[in-house]
Ligand binder design. Structure first.
Ligand code: MTE
Ligand code: HPA
Ligand code: MOS
Length: 764
């Protein structure tokens, strides 16, 4: 194969210079059209569940600068912004189901005036006791969605007959996405009742559809555009819709352009987060400590409505094995209704919670049996013989064992284990912990229908290229990667390609940019579009030079046939002259995947992304303070489309996941109010939390076994699960206080959780 000129190069993100100079245009930076108004959502100060007895908006209406006050009654079409189930009212009507549920909105001349006026509303709620915790939900609201399980026939017998048995319980916390750019939308009324909406969304098509249904107009009358998001992390897959709908409603009613930009505290209170879970499990092992059977119940707090919870909890089940073979299994989920904000997508989409369970189980077994956790993990990996997942997909690429073995060496795991044992024997309060854990993450939307994408490519007469596709840019570098793909196809520099904003009128009927599949799907769609144009251009060049089109090559800005060559630009001009179209759409849908939820069998993932990490921590068992002293990562991205971007994704994903399992704690009070709605109380990692010794390497891949775009692998979400090794290392450190006893440690391992775990050991 000819070497690649653009794909695989560590080029900077297309907006890197704009990001760091402040010149990148986010929605709030778009020059406001004259007459632009601002809308702010309003909610009841008290109450999380109950009938709305009265809404008095007179004071808000009369406030300085207020233009209009909107409620459910003002919506001409459908009062819903849900992604699936039709159960998320844009404005609560009759009752509220969580604290902060939006009941009305104020449109004013300034954002400040709108927000101040929104506070003047007097809303009376017939307050009922909300269900806040898993226990509350089990006792009262119950299931929001039907329970679902993967169950093998022999699980009960296998558990009963196993040599060793081990039971455990674990709380796994939620997580706030904390994108830097909050939720924002800017709606501009169009002729004949149409609407143009700039939205910071991973899913422009859904914004288009939601706004059209809300206004009671055709999808074709609404355009949604997104040039870039200042981070999304799943928090803008479904959760951007409400604010776009409110902005569009305000624009429709006032006839002015209207912007809706949430305040940070409101953003945290009014938008969904990662699901928190409670896991209860029993595992049976044979005498060599191979798992014989696993029985786990994962109970999720879904919040008040379905949102994406069905698919998210399914993904938790798909990842409750992580990289391990369970010969017999019952992997059950409950999807509980709580009177809290509806939980939603967050990097990993439920997968991380399943994997924390698997790794907590592994760490606990190792502690209980006094064996090395890495040995135990290796012994239980999928192999060529033991290769069937609990959902029937066979693992055909056995990389994770190799990755772990390499990392074991490069991180000096064995030596450091010994050194730590010596250190811990002498140090009574400070304890070191070390853990090496694998990641196996399934790539594809588990809703097979969603695995499709489209692109639109134009070549202009001067040989410059306009690139558009259905994927959205949230900082992950998708636009840059797809541009490199198109540059490769045409054999021209990336500088000749103009990357343009995602718009529903350019590429329709798109899936959200999610499930890490952005470059897999849109890269292929754009490649297909470019290939179609290239074929037409090759025809023209072939005619010019008297060769078969297949003999024409595109390389380094030149188009060559035998000894003759011309520039790509000259050929583009010639094509225009010859009346040959230089514009094409491209389309791609992932082959070979299928999933039958009714039987719980299928092949839902096109392939798996793999990685492993080794983390060392130092824990102060007197105060609960903890420091991550060193991290080694080896991660597989196949043939990288752009190694600089991929390493950035690995580093960022790791640190974000580390925050999830160590410091980020969402606290709801008994009244269902989120008490941690700002960075003052909700602790995301900051620059100084990045491990001092942080060694990230890409696995030397022979290329993805699956036929993906240039044999690359998705990288967006998998690295978030690498830092599960940090949590396991904390377990390892605490367990050194009393070998053989499993500390009761929940996730996140905050100082308080660490102190509780130390206390659970009953040592002085
Ligand atoms: N990286 C940055 N910088 N910002 C983000 O919001 N989102 C993550 C991941 N990496 C995110 C990110 C999530 S949740 C997903 S699904 C993928 O990027 C989506 O993009 P991709 O499919 O192009 O990888
Ligand atoms: N991942 C992310 N987002 C999704 C998925 C998924 O598997 N399914 C539906 N939305
Ligand atoms: Mo990512 S949680 O699939 O948006």
């Amino acid at each position: 194969m000819k070497p690649l000129a653009h794909v695989g190069k560590a080029l900077a993100h297309d907006s890197a210079a704009l990001h760091v100079s402040g010149a990148a245009v986010y929605i709030d930076d778009i020059a406001e059209i004259e007459g632009t108004l601002h809308v702010a959502p309003g909610f009841a100060k008290e109450g999380a569940k109950g009938k709305i007895l009265s809404i008095n908006l007179a004071a808000a209406q009369a406030a300085e600068g207020v233009v209009a006050v909107l409620t459910a009654q003002d919506i001409p079409g459908k009062n819903d912004c849900s992604p699936v189930a039709g159960d998320d009212p844009i404005f609560a009507n009759g009752k509220i189901e969580f604290h902060g549920q939006v009941i009305f909105a104020v449109v004013a001349k300034t954002r400040d005036a709108a927000r101040r006026a929104a506070r003047l509303a007097v809303i009376e709620i017939e307050k009922q006791k909300p269900d806040v915790t898993v226990a509350d939900a089990l006792a009262s609201n119950g299931d929001l969605l039907p329970p679902y399980a993967f169950t093998s026939k022999g699980v009960v017998a296998a558990l009963k007959n196993s040599t060793h048995r081990h039971a455990g319980q674990l709380k796994i916390g939620g997580q706030e996405q904390f994108y830097l750019e909050g939720q924002v939308a800017y709606a501009i009324p169009q002729e004949k009742g149409g609407m143009f909406v700039h939205s910071s969304t991973q899913h422009p098509t859904e914004i288009q559809h939601c706004v059209a249904a809300m206004l009671g107009i055709d999808d074709a009358q609404v355009i949604c555009q997104c040039r870039r998001m200042g981070g999304a992390f799943g928090g803008k897959e479904s959760q951007a819709a409400q604010w776009a709908a409110i902005a569009a409603l305000a624009a429709h009613i006032t006839g002015h352009p209207v912007k809706c930009r949430l305040d940070r505290d409101d953003d945290m209170m009014l938008t969904g987060k990662r699901h928190d879970f409670e896991a209860t499990y029993e595992v049976g092992l044979d005498k060599s400590l191979r798992i014989a059977a696993v029985d786990v119940l994962l109970a999720a707090r879904c919040g008040y409505s379905a949102d994406l919870s069905a698919a998210i909890c399914d993904r938790t089940m798909f990842h409750a094995d992580n990289a391990y073979f369970y010969p017999q299994y019952k992997i059950a989920t409950r999807r509980l209704k709580t009177n809290t904000i509806s939980n939603t997508a967050f990097r990993g989409f439920g997968g991380p919670q399943g994997m924390v369970f698997a790794e907590a189980m592994m760490e606990s077994i190792a502690i209980q049996h006094g064996c090395d956790a890495l040995e135990l993990r290796k012994k239980n990996l999928y192999t060529k013989q033991r290769n069937t997942t609990p959902y029937g997909q066979k693992i055909d690429e056995h990389l994770v064992g190799k990755i772990m073995a390499t990392l074991e060496k490069t991180s000096s795991y064995q030596k450091r284990r010994k050194d730590n044992a010596k250190f811990n024997a002498k140090s009574s309060i400070l304890k070191k912990g070390l853990a090496l854990t694998p990641v196996k993450f399934g790539i594809s939307f588990t809703n097979t229908m969603m695995n499709q994408a489209g692109a639109l490519v134009h070549v202009y007469g001067d040989g410059s290229v306009h690139l558009n596709h259905g994927g959205t840019e949230m900082g992950q570098g998708l636009y840059q990667k797809v541009a490199q793909v198109v540059a490769e196809v045409f054999g021209i520099g990336v500088d000749k390609i103009t990357i343009t904003a995602t718009r529903t009128d350019k590429v329709p009927n798109t899936s959200p940019t999610a499930a890490s599949s952005g470059s897999d799907l849109n890269g292929m769609a754009a490649r297909n579009a470019a290939m179609a144009i290239k074929a037409r251009m090759a025809e023209v060049a072939g005619r010019q030079h008297g060769v078969h089109p297949s003999k024409v090559t595109f390389w380094d800005g030149q188009v060559s046939a035998k000894t003759k060559s011309s520039s790509f630009a000259a050929l583009a001009t010639a094509c225009k002259g010859a009346r040959v179209s230089l514009s094409a759409t491209g389309y791609y849908s992932t082959p070979a995947i299928h999933w039958d939820r009714a039987t719980g069998r299928g092949h839902p993932f096109f392939y798996f992304a793999y990685g492993a990490s080794c983390s060392e921590v130092l824990v102060d068992t007197l105060t609960g303070e903890m420091k991550v002293s060193r991290v080694d990562i080896l991660h597989d991205v196949g043939h990288s489309l752009n190694p600089a971007i991929d390493i950035g994704q690995i580093e960022g994903g790791f640190v974000q996941g580390m925050g999830w399992v160590t410091t980020e704690e969402l606290v709801f009070d008994a009244e269902g109010r989120l008490r941690t709605h700002a960075p003052s109380t909700y602790k995301i990692p900051c620059a100084s939390d990045v491990p001092e010794d942080f060694r990230v390497a890409l696995y030397e891949s022979k290329g993805n076994k699956a036929d993906t775009i240039y044999r690359s692998k998705a990288v967006g979400e998998p690295p978030l699960m690498l830092p599960i090794s940090v949590w396991c290392a904390v377990m390892n450190a605490i367990a050194s206080l009393k070998p053989g006893t499993v500390p009761k440690l929940d996730a996140p391992a905050t100082p308080e959780a660490i102190m509780r775990a130390v206390k659970s050991l009953g040592v002085k």
